[in-house]
Write a protein that binds this ligand. Structure first.
Ligand code: GRG
Length: 290
């Protein structure tokens, strides 16, 4: 079921990629390569499912689905750079900097990041609710930026090689991983015309999913294999990073994933409408093996 949806979402995302031509073709090739390298497409999938949950039926969600995957991919490109995690494998393929060089990988990440905004702005001509599109572009920027993913990554990088107390680790995870999930699901809710209290519950639900998702990422880093994950394992140990697993141990980390994901499901149940796929997706996300 998930594979089928991944394929459908992928088709939407790829339809918004710029053609790889012109004098700047090299950077466009690197952008194209990184997006098309694969991935589970969870963020646009969650966005679309929340949009449907609140009764959204239009097409203006599609540029936002593409935009969030472009931003996510830009963060993976930069995360793999020698100055960050220094990883050589991502989504089962050589990382962008290995394939295109450090300089082009930096530019490809920058290129995707801002092309995402250009893409999201296409939604203005697809709806008569320009106010909602404008609000969603604001959410996209805020959750990506210094009060979102980039802020979380800053603290993460700065505290590498240092012990991190649980409360600060929560902050890092809620921002570096949770914020983009919050943007994904909030945009689905806002564009579909959800009420303010529903948007707030959606944000809380996404925040819980983000935290559980990142703890599961920590667990997989020590329990899985590069073949299954499509990226190196034991990356946190290599980079001397404090994670939930190093802080709490693997059993407690697993319990936390379960507990926090149940919080997310409880948020979903408190919203009007029924979306069995979304509930299954939340449960799958946190018990995932890749
Ligand atoms: C250039 C916008 C920009 C940001 C730079 C490097 C950085 C700031 C942020 C890194 C944020 C990051 C990589 C957090 C980890 C999030 C995470 C668990 C990613 C894995 O997501 P999956 O499993 O990956 O959904 P796929 O490959 O399936 O899409």
């Amino acid at each position: 079921m998930l594979n089928l949806r991944t394929g459908q979402v992928e088709a939407v995302v790829e339809s918004y990629l710029p053609p790889a031509e012109g004098y700047q073709k090299t950077v466009l090739d690197a952008m194209d390569y990184s997006v098309k390298a694969g991935g589970k497409r969870l963020r646009p999938m969650l966005m679309e499912e929340v949009y449907r949950l609140f009764g959204g039926q239009g097409k203006e969600i599609e540029p936002f689905m593409a935009a969030i995957e472009m931003i996510h991919t830009s963060s993976l490109i930069h995360d793999d750079l020698p100055c960050m995690d220094n990883d050589t494998l991502r989504r089962g393929k050589p990382t962008a900097w290995v394939k295109f060089g450090y300089d082009m990988a930096v530019l490809a990440g920058d290129g995707l990041l801002i092309y995402a905004v250009e893409t999201a702005a296409k939604a203005f001509s697809m709806t008569d609710r320009a106010d909602l599109v404008g609000r969603c572009i604001g959410i996209l920027a805020e959750k990506t930026g210094i009060y979102g993913m980039i802020g979380g990554q800053t603290v993460d990088v700065e505290l590498t090689n240092q012990p991190i107390p649980r409360e600060k680790l929560d902050f890092i995870y809620r921002l570096k991983t949770g914020a983009l999930l919050e943007a994904s699901m909030m945009i689905g809710a806002v564009l579909a015309g959800a009420k303010e209290d529903e948007i707030h519950i959606t944000e809380q639900m996404a925040s819980a999913i983000g935290l559980a998702f990142q703890i599961q990422d920590d667990i997989l880093d020590v329990t899985s294999s590069a073949e299954v994950l499509g990226k190196p394992v034991l990356s946190d140990e290599k980079n001397n990073k404090t994670t939930y697993v190093t802080l709490e141990g693997i059993d407690k980390a697993k319990q936390e994933v379960k507990r926090i994901s149940e919080e997310a499901v409880a948020c979903l149940h408190s919203l009007p409408g029924k979306n069995e796929f979304l509930e299954a997706l939340i449960r799958m996300l946190v018990s995932r093996e890749k």
